[in-house]
Design a binder for this molecule. Structure first.
Ligand code: ADP
Ligand code: MG
Length: 269
């Protein structure tokens, strides 16, 4: 079966392990959700898969090919693209130029094919090509960010909080974009603050907290039992007391939506 398998992945940052022995399978043609509170280690894990950080130790196997420890350009060329948290467009460049920037390391032919493929997936970007990126809505801009990752024609894509700072109504417009990516056969790992959105798109789901996986199973099980999500977040038995002290006060609203999208983070769009 075609899948991207991260196994036994550990990532050190600032002299300590922030991702600990994590194993996640991302099947081709499906969305896999990765949820977890701030500081869980999700972004560090994405950077390690993309070759920006080095996993020590750990394996990243794409359809049977080992990629761990390779340079980021090699990993991208092999077929794994990452959309790092907080990636934004160059606002004064046109949409077209923003996408061209992402093809700089590719041959002319590969770049042309990759661009064509990205516009097949997101036809609504075509009429916007010559507009400056800043004139697009927040949702459209994030679609261009996705297109930048898709020009390399990846087999797997790891998307780290594409909707960060966007209002829920805007985020909903990204759902069809993510769905068309996975339906085209690409395996998607979706890290998302809006838990219900991610679980609505995903087949399988993982919850990470304190650098370890607290839950792995079907997305529907987690969707139907939101209390499982809460307890995964609150399972801090193995953490030092300093982290336990960071647990929310009794009576705090722990619904996934609340926990995940404090309004001050919204960006007008
Ligand atoms: N550049 C860095 N140097 C040292 N520690 C870092 C750095 N970036 C993040 N961390 C730490 O790594 C842990 C995991 O962070 P991160 O991967 O960003 O989690 P998440 O994406 O789940 O919010 C946190 O404790 C964070 O403070
Ligand atoms: Mg993060």
């Amino acid at each position: 079966m075609s899948e991207l398998v991260l196994s036994g992945l550990t990532v050190q940052r600032g002299g300590r392990a922030v991702v600990k022995n994590v194993t996640i399978t991302v099947p081709a043609g499906q969305v896999t959700a990765l949820l977890g509170p701030n500081g869980a280690g999700k972004s560090s894990m994405v950077l390690a898969v993309g070759g920006v950080l080095r996993p020590r130790p750990g394996s990243v196997s794409m359809d049977g090919t080992e990629l761990a420890g390779r340079r980021s350009e090699k990993i991208r060329a092999a077929g794994v693209a990452i959309v790092p948290e907080g990636r934004r467009l160059l606002p004064d460049l046109t949409v077209d130029d923003n996408i061209r920037v992402a093809t700089y390391a590719m041959s002319r032919q590969a770049a042309a094919e990759g661009r064509a493929r990205a516009f097949e997936l997101f036809p609504s970007l075509r009429p916007r090509l010559n507009l400056p990126a800043r004139s697009l809505s927040g949702g459209e801009q994030q679609m261009v960010v996705l297109a930048q990752a898709l020009v390399s024609q990846p087999r797997y894509i790891l998307i780290d909080e594409l909707s960060l700072g966007l209002a829920p109504v805007v985020v909903n417009r990204l759902v069809p974009a993510i769905r068309s990516v996975s339906e085209s056969g690409i395996g998607v790992l979706l890290i998302e603050q809006f838990a219900t959105l991610a679980l609505g798109l995903a087949t399988s789901a993982y919850v990470m907290e304190g650098g370890v996986i607290r839950y792995s199973g079907t997305a529907s099980e987690l969707r139907d039992n939101p209390e499982m999500l809460h307890s995964a977040y609150l399972l801090r038995g193995s953490e030092p007391a300093s982290r336990q002290a960071a647990a929310p006060p009794p009576g705090a609203d722990l619904s996934p939506e609340r926990r995940y999208c404090p309004e001050r983070r919204y960006r007008r769009s």
